[in-house]
Design a protein around this ligand. Structure first.
Ligand code: IPM
Ligand code: MN
Length: 354
């Protein structure tokens, strides 16, 4: 049984997570997932418990195999008194050593585009690598990349390519400027040679251009944390909506703390301007649930069913406002979620994903 701690979080987080939570409830007799929560985090944690990452939420995460998160950040009407809301997310990543990020961008036909990157270290270094300015002194952010961490990212990209025949590995770096970029390129190259797989190298700016200009082939893009943060949003934009990207922050191997090995969330963030409008697109939350379920062998079939249900809903519509051609044809968050849930239950019933 896989235990999932549900943290809807802030902004539209609770709205987009309602559908997936209902789906988990409706499938609990056939899918080995048990849900705990909901647990408060971020601005919502601050309001309920005076803490961005309340102790009981952290304990619930430690006691779960994975966390399903809506969004952490700003919430309408909440003043954090100078604290930065993303701190809860960064603390969770550090606590569970979730040092790898895997993102899938839905692309309509065929396979999603996948990004693998470091999520601790590099541009995502510990607090003391980010020096604030008082307005007069300079600010600085130090990028330190350990060879073994680059190697780990490269191996995960190779594993992914091996599981998805026909997938090219693209390594994107800034080797023409940064020492870390040159190290990245040389290690990526060595690992690919050792594993006997083809790798294409791109400078990060060229890679961004190619992503924006045309659809890349079936690819897994391995790149430094901050580059992947930016490129994955770009790829989602190219696909038509920021809601088309799932984000997994994972710890490779046995859990570092408690039993938690990953946080799975949509990439879109809190979108405070959409709160209460029923216009938020829930697809990212479903893609996050699918990524979570596919991470564990026991629930992989369910993950594929969720993905198929999303495919169906995306191909047919009606869609939320980010996709609908004219406002009159917009569907609400709840209507899209209900349709995905119905499809998923049908898919599970007919057993087409076994
Ligand atoms: C993301 C976000 C975070 C990140 C921020 C909030 C720190 O942009 O998850 O994509 O850069 O990792
Ligand atoms: Mn981001």
């Amino acid at each position: 049984m896989i235990r999932v701690a549900l943290l809807p979080g802030d902004g539209i987080g609770a709205e987009v997570m309602r559908g997936p939570a209902e789906l988990l409830e409706a499938t609990k007799s056939q899918v080995p997932i048990e849900v705990t929560g909901t647990w408060p985090v971020g601005s919502t944690g601050y309001v309920e418990c005076g803490d961005l990452l309340p102790r009981r939420t952290l304990a619930a995460c430690e006691d779960a195999d994975a966390v399903l998160l809506g969004a952490v950040g700003d919430h309408p009407g909440v003043d954090l008194g100078g604290q930065r809301s993303e701190a809860a997310l960064l603390d969770l990543r550090a606590h569970f050593d979730l040092r790898i990020s895997i993102r899938h961008v839905w692309r309509g036909e065929g396979q999603p585009l996948t990004f693998v990157r470091n999520l601790l270290g590099g541009a995502y270094g510990p607090r003391d690598t980010h020096i604030e300015s008082d307005g007069i002194s300079p600010a600085s952010d130090l990028i330190v990349l350990e060879p073994r961490r680059i190697e780990e990212v490269a191996n995960i990209a190779c594993d992914f390519a091996a599981r998805h025949p026909g997938t090219v590995i693209i390594s994107a770096d800034k080797a023409n400027l940064w020492a870390t970029g040159r190290l990245w390129r040389s290690i990526a190259s060595d690992v690919a040679t050792r594993r006997g797989v083809t790798i294409l190298h791109r400078l990060i700016d060229r890679c961004a251009f190619e992503l924006a200009q045309r659809d890349l082939p079936n690819a897994v893009i391995m790149t430094e944390g901050i580059f992947g943060d930016i490129l994955s949003d770009l790829a989602a934009g190219r696909s038509g909506s920021i809601a088309l990207c799932s984000s997994a922050s994972v710890h490779p191997g046995a859990p570092a703390c408690g039993r938690c090995v990953g946080i799975f969330e949509p990439v879109h963030g809190t979108a405070p301007h959409l709160v209460g409008t029923h216009r938020a697109n829930p697809v990212g939350a479903y893609l996050a649930l699918a990524a979570l379920a596919e991470w564990f062998q026991e629930t992989a079939v369910f993950g594929r069913a969720v993905k198929l249900a999303v495919d169906g809903a995306m191909h047919e519509g009606p869609w939320t406002g980010d996709f609908a051609a004219v406002p009159a044809e917009e569907a609400t968050t709840e209507a899209v979620a209900a349709r995905i849930n119905r499809r998923c239950l049908e898919i599970l019933e007919t057993g087409v994903v076994a």
